[in-house]
Ligand binder design. Sequence first.
Ligand code: FES
Length: 104
Amino acid sequence: MATWVDGIQRSALPEGAHCVIETEIGPVALFNLGDAVVAIEDRCSHDGGELACGRLDGDEITCPRHGARFSLRSGMPLSPPAYEAIETFPVRECDGMLQIDIDG
Ligand code: FES
């Protein structure tokens, strides 16, 4: 069953921007990629680094701690030292509010 939680107003997240939402399952990062808004757990699968402050390159993020890259769309690792995916979450817009399904 889906558990939708409010994230941020869509108007407050322009293309290329991101934000971090504290949820009951931990921090979730939202990224506006232009053609989509995606949500990931803000925790690197290598050693727990905060991903949202990493370098964004298109739809890829580089962990600032040891340099692993991840796809923001799939959560899949793209380079070592990470070998496990990070969790991704469905996002929807409801009356201008971006919502995240934290059970997704
Ligand atoms: S904690 Fe992210 S690459 Fe090590």
